[in-house]
Design a protein around this ligand. Sequence first.
Ligand code: ZN
Length: 195
Amino acid sequence: MILEILKYPDPRLRKRCEPVAEVTPELKKLAEDMLETMYASRGIGLAAAQVNQQIRLLVADIRPKENGRYKVDDMTDLERQAPMPFIIFNPEIVSKDGKTTYDEGCLSVPSYFETVERTKVIEIRGLDINGQEFMVKTDGLLAICLQHEIDHLDGKLFLDRLTPIRATRLKAKIKKNGYPDPDKADQDDDQEVEM
Ligand code: ZN
């Protein structure tokens, strides 16, 4: 089932999400619906907060798509070792190493992109779709995406990670121009991705 994705400045995106006690069949279904919603929007990641569910769950899939949007060479060795699609409940970053930047886009702020600084290599721990604890070390786009989604679970958006000047400028631009009609949006112009 395709879910509605909340768009900035919806105040529901600012709520903090709560950990799950266990992975119930209802939560498994939610994770599947979130993946379906993410694929339909051509995104690479989605947090439960974005579909108005205040629980600590995120999904991601950074594999190359049939439309050729991402090149397989772009995946790092660590990314190739990560389970895909990536589904994690109660995600927690347990180690961080290095810095990187990426031109990030967000399904809740569609068609706007800004360079954001993130940690380069992370180790993340949480529960998988079967409720089993697992830990993954990753880098590349997957590490960036997971940090972006965990921000959503804390009520944060990538706008909050910009300098005040850039954030003000971007918010003014969104207020003035709004969001494009998803059916008319140009979706195959470049490799910029939303999450
Ligand atoms: Zn986002």
